[in-house]
Design a binder for this molecule. Structure first.
Ligand code: AHM
Ligand code: MG
Length: 342
């Protein structure tokens, strides 16, 4: 629009900086380093069909027992380097690394923050040109300065996050983040190489018409989930049912669509995966923080708020129910009534 001033990610985080006087602009600088890594990874993802050196699997298997994609490794290295270069972060827990990485260089050793990240979520979708994402979560260190951080610094409840966000590499690339003052979205403009403010104070609808779950696992679902799915499919014009089913298989993309349009995303436990598939630290906690900041909700389906779960392990999995508040509450009702029964 002529005359409309474009605000870039860097400008907005500088403006918002005054809300965190204690952080002395640190969080803003950190987000700007994450934005830089996002641009580099975005560039590489856009070339995925052309660069044979970057598509396909590596020979290694990560701690999850999954084959790492070449782009998983590339994204992990890019985000790690950009975050380390900020000098603000003293350690990273990544989906791609079995153990935490502790920075021991002069610049980062005493950084105030630790980061949990999934550098490339949904990466099995890259080779078929479907949206993927990066998810990150920022905490203050708990180990005193002068000592190396340990696992304990990362095993904090999600309600201690000082910032969280994701980048979605989709039909356009977006960075969505929160520092606890609402959820804000920026869209990447490749012509100027900047993330520009496009979604100020995102508010998710109170209820919606979309349910997102891998129904291929139906027979292994808890009875409460099966009953909820049937409820979504029943005819009831008053509550807009039947709902529509949408599932990409990329958490960030499924969540992002539901955030904007109103919906629920569920990855429950199954008979073969008793804690579900998604990881608490670098998938569920950051997404839950963003959901709540946009007026939504996130639980484990058993009445527990995701952000209040005490993590015990870096790669811990948890059942995940997130999205519009009324929909999550309804799914919880079914889980309460029918639980895990057959
Ligand atoms: P990943 O981190 O190895 O990519 O796995 C997480 C992904 C999520 O993005 C997605 O929602 C889910 O796995 C899909 O799993 P499934 O194929 O079992 O439905
Ligand atoms: Mg993932």
């Amino acid at each position: 629009m002529a005359g409309t001033r474009i605000l870039t990610l860097n400008e907005v985080i500088i403006q918002k900086q005054s809300a965190f006087p204690y952080a002395k602009g640190e969080l803003s600088r950190l987000l700007s380093h994450i934005g830089l890594a996002a641009k580099i990874v975005n560039n590489m993802i856009n070339k995925a069909g052309l660069e044979t050196s970057i598509i396909g699997e590596t020979e290694s298997i990560n701690i999850q027992g999954e084959n790492q994609q070449k782009l998983d490794v590339y994204a992990d290295e890019t985000f790690t380097k950009a975050i380390q270069a900020s000098g603000l972060v003293c350690g990273i827990a990544s989906e791609e690394c079995d153990e935490i990485t502790v920075f021991d260089d002069d610049l980062s050793r005493d950084g105030n923050y630790v980061i949990c990240m999934d550098p490339l979520d949904g990466s099995s979708n890259i080779d078929v040109n479907v949206s993927v994402g990066t998810i990150f979560s920022v905490y203050r260190r708990t180990t005193p300065h002068g000592q190396k951080v340990t696992k304990k610094d990362f095993l904090q409840q999600g309600n201690k996050q000082v910032a969280a966000g994701y980048i979605i590499y989709g039909s356009s690339t977006m960075l969505v983040y929160t520092t606890g003052l609402g959820t804000t979205g920026f869209t990447y403009d490749p012509s100027i190489g900047e993330f520009c403010l496009s979604h100020y104070f995102m508010v998710t609808p109170k209820t919606g018409k979309i349910y997102s779950i891998n129904e291929g696992n139906y027979i292994k679902f808890p009875l409460g989930v099966k009953k909820y799915i049937k409820y979504c499919q029943e005819n009831d014009p008053e509550s807009s049912r039947p709902y529509t089913s949408r599932y990409i298989g990329s958490l960030v993309a499924d969540f992002h669509r539901n955030l904007l349009k109103g919906g629920i995303y569920i990855y429950p436990k199954t008979a073969s995966a008793p804690n579900g598939k998604l990881r608490l630290l670098y998938e569920c906690n950051p997404i839950a923080f963003l959901a709540e900041q946009a007026g939504g909700m996130a639980t484990d389906g058993y009445g527990n708020r995701i952000l209040d779960i005490q993590p015990k392990d870096i790669h811990q999995r948890v059942p995940f129910f997130t999205g519009a508040k009324a929909m999550v509450e309804k799914a919880e009702e079914f889980m309460k009534e029918f639980g895990d029964g057959e």
